[in-house]
Design a protein around this ligand. Structure first.
Ligand code: PRP
Length: 180
Protein backbone atom coordinates (compact mmCIF):
# COMPACT_ATOMS: atom_id res chain seq x y z
CA UNK A 1 0.00 0.00 0.00
CA UNK A 2 1.42 3.34 -1.04
CA UNK A 3 1.65 6.13 1.54
CA UNK A 4 -0.80 8.96 0.75
CA UNK A 5 2.01 11.56 0.72
CA UNK A 6 3.89 9.64 -1.97
CA UNK A 7 3.31 10.66 -5.57
CA UNK A 8 5.08 7.70 -7.16
CA UNK A 9 7.39 4.84 -6.26
CA UNK A 10 10.66 5.04 -8.16
CA UNK A 11 12.42 2.05 -6.61
CA UNK A 12 10.20 -0.71 -5.25
CA UNK A 13 10.77 -2.84 -2.18
CA UNK A 14 11.52 -5.87 -4.38
CA UNK A 15 14.00 -3.96 -6.53
CA UNK A 16 15.81 -2.71 -3.42
CA UNK A 17 15.96 -6.20 -1.92
CA UNK A 18 17.32 -7.70 -5.14
CA UNK A 19 19.90 -4.95 -5.67
CA UNK A 20 21.15 -5.19 -2.08
CA UNK A 21 21.62 -8.94 -2.56
CA UNK A 22 23.65 -8.23 -5.73
CA UNK A 23 25.75 -5.60 -3.98
CA UNK A 24 26.35 -7.93 -1.05
CA UNK A 25 27.52 -10.67 -3.39
CA UNK A 26 29.79 -8.29 -5.32
CA UNK A 27 31.32 -6.88 -2.13
CA UNK A 28 31.82 -10.40 -0.72
CA UNK A 29 33.71 -11.38 -3.90
CA UNK A 30 35.81 -8.21 -3.93
CA UNK A 31 36.83 -8.60 -0.28
CA UNK A 32 37.28 -12.39 -0.30
CA UNK A 33 39.71 -13.41 2.46
CA UNK A 34 39.49 -9.98 4.15
CA UNK A 35 37.53 -8.39 6.96
CA UNK A 36 35.58 -5.19 6.33
CA UNK A 37 34.72 -2.32 8.62
CA UNK A 38 31.38 -0.95 7.48
CA UNK A 39 30.97 2.74 8.35
CA UNK A 40 27.47 4.12 8.02
CA UNK A 41 26.88 7.85 7.90
CA UNK A 42 23.94 8.56 10.19
CA UNK A 43 21.17 8.73 10.08
CA UNK A 44 19.65 7.60 6.81
CA UNK A 45 22.28 5.01 5.90
CA UNK A 46 21.61 2.94 9.03
CA UNK A 47 18.69 1.20 7.33
CA UNK A 48 20.68 0.35 4.20
CA UNK A 49 23.60 -0.85 6.33
CA UNK A 50 21.35 -3.23 8.27
CA UNK A 51 20.17 -4.96 5.10
CA UNK A 52 23.48 -4.83 3.22
CA UNK A 53 25.53 -6.23 6.11
CA UNK A 54 23.30 -9.31 6.15
CA UNK A 55 24.05 -9.96 2.46
CA UNK A 56 27.83 -9.87 2.92
CA UNK A 57 29.47 -13.21 3.61
CA UNK A 58 32.98 -12.10 4.63
CA UNK A 59 33.49 -11.00 8.26
CA UNK A 60 32.23 -7.47 8.90
CA UNK A 61 32.34 -5.08 11.79
CA UNK A 62 30.17 -1.99 11.93
CA UNK A 63 30.71 1.56 13.10
CA UNK A 64 28.93 4.88 12.68
CA UNK A 65 29.68 8.53 12.04
CA UNK A 66 27.36 11.48 12.34
CA UNK A 67 28.06 14.69 10.48
CA UNK A 68 26.31 17.93 9.90
CA UNK A 69 26.90 20.85 7.62
CA UNK A 70 27.63 24.25 9.08
CA UNK A 71 25.08 27.01 8.75
CA UNK A 72 21.79 27.01 6.96
CA UNK A 73 23.10 26.60 3.42
CA UNK A 74 23.62 22.98 4.36
CA UNK A 75 24.02 21.31 1.02
CA UNK A 76 26.16 23.97 -0.61
CA UNK A 77 28.83 24.94 1.87
CA UNK A 78 30.78 21.70 1.81
CA UNK A 79 31.94 22.41 5.34
CA UNK A 80 31.11 19.43 7.46
CA UNK A 81 31.27 19.06 11.22
CA UNK A 82 31.76 15.68 12.84
CA UNK A 83 29.07 15.20 15.48
CA UNK A 84 30.00 11.62 16.26
CA UNK A 85 33.32 10.11 15.28
CA UNK A 86 34.16 6.45 14.80
CA UNK A 87 34.68 4.32 17.88
CA UNK A 88 37.16 2.14 15.96
CA UNK A 89 40.69 2.87 14.81
CA UNK A 90 40.87 2.35 11.04
CA UNK A 91 44.60 2.38 10.32
CA UNK A 92 45.44 -0.65 8.18
CA UNK A 93 41.82 -1.76 7.89
CA UNK A 94 39.50 -2.18 4.92
CA UNK A 95 36.87 0.52 5.31
CA UNK A 96 33.64 0.62 3.32
CA UNK A 97 31.63 3.80 3.83
CA UNK A 98 27.87 3.35 3.49
CA UNK A 99 25.67 6.19 2.31
CA UNK A 100 21.99 6.32 1.51
CA UNK A 101 22.26 9.04 -1.12
CA UNK A 102 25.02 10.79 -3.02
CA UNK A 103 23.80 14.24 -4.02
CA UNK A 104 26.32 17.06 -4.45
CA UNK A 105 29.08 14.81 -3.11
CA UNK A 106 30.29 17.47 -0.67
CA UNK A 107 29.61 15.40 2.44
CA UNK A 108 31.51 12.41 1.10
CA UNK A 109 34.36 14.50 -0.22
CA UNK A 110 34.99 15.85 3.26
CA UNK A 111 34.46 12.50 4.93
CA UNK A 112 36.75 10.56 2.59
CA UNK A 113 39.54 13.09 3.00
CA UNK A 114 39.18 12.86 6.75
CA UNK A 115 39.12 9.05 6.80
CA UNK A 116 41.97 8.72 4.28
CA UNK A 117 44.22 10.71 6.62
CA UNK A 118 43.84 7.89 9.17
CA UNK A 119 45.61 5.53 6.75
CA UNK A 120 43.14 2.69 6.18
CA UNK A 121 44.35 -0.24 4.06
CA UNK A 122 41.55 0.59 1.63
CA UNK A 123 38.68 3.06 1.53
CA UNK A 124 35.65 2.59 -0.72
CA UNK A 125 32.06 3.83 -0.83
CA UNK A 126 28.75 2.12 -1.38
CA UNK A 127 25.68 4.28 -1.85
CA UNK A 128 22.12 3.09 -2.26
CA UNK A 129 21.19 6.03 -4.48
CA UNK A 130 23.08 8.49 -6.63
CA UNK A 131 21.37 11.58 -8.00
CA UNK A 132 21.96 11.91 -11.73
CA UNK A 133 23.88 14.98 -12.78
CA UNK A 134 24.02 16.53 -9.30
CA UNK A 135 27.60 15.82 -8.23
CA UNK A 136 29.57 19.03 -7.84
CA UNK A 137 32.78 17.30 -6.88
CA UNK A 138 34.15 14.06 -8.32
CA UNK A 139 33.63 11.19 -5.90
CA UNK A 140 34.96 7.75 -6.51
CA UNK A 141 32.02 5.61 -5.47
CA UNK A 142 32.71 1.95 -6.22
CA UNK A 143 29.23 0.55 -5.59
CA UNK A 144 26.01 2.32 -6.59
CA UNK A 145 22.60 0.79 -5.98
CA UNK A 146 20.48 2.98 -8.24
CA UNK A 147 20.83 6.22 -10.15
CA UNK A 148 17.80 8.38 -9.53
CA UNK A 149 16.53 11.62 -11.07
CA UNK A 150 16.90 14.89 -9.19
CA UNK A 151 13.57 14.78 -7.38
CA UNK A 152 12.61 14.96 -3.73
CA UNK A 153 12.86 11.31 -2.76
CA UNK A 154 12.10 9.73 0.61
CA UNK A 155 11.95 6.26 2.09
CA UNK A 156 14.37 3.48 3.00
CA UNK A 157 16.22 5.82 5.35
CA UNK A 158 15.66 9.08 3.49
CA UNK A 159 13.53 11.63 5.28
CA UNK A 160 11.69 14.86 4.94
CA UNK A 161 11.70 16.61 8.34
CA UNK A 162 12.58 13.24 9.93
CA UNK A 163 9.51 11.53 8.44
CA UNK A 164 9.17 8.71 5.90
CA UNK A 165 12.48 6.98 6.76
CA UNK A 166 10.58 3.76 7.44
CA UNK A 167 8.93 3.46 4.03
CA UNK A 168 10.18 0.20 2.51
CA UNK A 169 10.52 1.75 -0.98
CA UNK A 170 11.97 4.95 -2.50
CA UNK A 171 9.24 7.35 -3.48
CA UNK A 172 8.77 10.89 -4.71
CA UNK A 173 7.09 13.10 -2.14
CA UNK A 174 3.94 14.96 -3.18
CA UNK A 175 4.55 18.74 -3.12
CA UNK A 176 1.53 19.08 -0.81
CA UNK A 177 3.43 17.09 1.82
CA UNK A 178 6.20 19.68 2.14
CA UNK A 179 4.37 22.87 1.25
CA UNK A 180 1.99 22.97 4.25
C1 PRP B 1 22.22 13.07 3.27
C2 PRP B 1 22.99 11.80 2.88
C3 PRP B 1 24.39 12.30 2.75
C4 PRP B 1 24.21 13.71 2.28
C5 PRP B 1 24.43 13.72 0.80
O1 PRP B 1 22.28 13.23 4.63
O2 PRP B 1 22.86 10.79 3.83
O3 PRP B 1 25.09 12.24 3.97
O4 PRP B 1 22.88 14.12 2.58
O5 PRP B 1 24.40 15.02 0.33
P1 PRP B 1 25.61 15.65 -0.49
O6 PRP B 1 26.09 14.64 -1.48
O7 PRP B 1 24.96 16.84 -1.18
O8 PRP B 1 26.66 16.08 0.48
P2 PRP B 1 21.36 14.21 5.46
O9 PRP B 1 22.09 15.50 5.70
O10 PRP B 1 20.01 14.35 4.80
O11 PRP B 1 21.25 13.46 6.88
P3 PRP B 1 20.36 12.21 7.34
O12 PRP B 1 20.98 10.95 6.76
O13 PRP B 1 20.47 12.25 8.83
O14 PRP B 1 18.96 12.43 6.84
Amino acid sequence: MIHPDIESIIVSEDEIRQRIAELGAEISRDYAGERILLVAVLRGAALFMADLARQITVPVEIDFMAVSSYGSSTKSSGVVRILKDLDEQIEGRHVLVIEDILDTGLTLKYLLKNLASRKPASLEVVTLLSKEGKQRVPISCKYIGFSVPDEFVVGFGLDFAERYRNLPYIGVLRPSAYQD
